[in-house]
Ligand binder design. Structure first.
Ligand code: THU
Length: 130
């Protein structure tokens, strides 16, 4: 089973708070992400939409880029929160995460109304890497 543990639930609560600072005027689908670094710091992000829709940045990539800009390079977990019963990270965010995380990296998100934790390998088998 993939039921989220207490640490993952706490991280998800921070992702839920980060939704408040998302910028999603076009879809109204506010997403938050909370990324834990290996030193225990949590860096959050929200989706940032744009009138030129394709330029939209997801919450997960927002959190990762923010953490990288702050100098973090190693991460231990991420949680995603959103307004739907299921908010799995999109394919682009899985690949983006794969640049900085190994296959066992835990990703927590709502699925059918419950919080689950899957590994990055489960979410993105056969990742692309140079
Ligand atoms: N979104 C995310 O922030 N993360 C995902 O993994 C999937 C989708 C955002 C993008 C867009 O602003 C809104 O959700 C609706 O697609």
């Amino acid at each position: 089973m993939h039921t989220a543990d207490p640490d993952a639930r706490a991280l998800h609560a921070l992702a839920e708070t980060a939704r408040e600072r998302a910028y999603a005027p076009y879809s109204a689908f506010t997403v938050g992400a909370a990324l834990r670094t290996t030193d225990g710091t949590v860096v959050t992000g929200g989706n940032v939409e744009n009138g030129s829709y394709g330029m939209t940045i997801c919450a997960e990539r927002s959190a990762i880029v923010r953490a990288l800009a702050q100098g973090y390079r190693t991460f231990s977990a991420i949680a995603v929160a959103g307004p739907a019963a299921s908010v799995p990270p999109c394919g682009a965010c899985r690949q983006f995460l794969a640049e900085f995380a190994d296959g066992g990296f835990p990703v927590t998100f709502p699925r059918d109304g419950e919080l689950v934790t899957l590994t990055l390998d489960e979410l993105l088998p056969e990742r692309f890497a140079l």
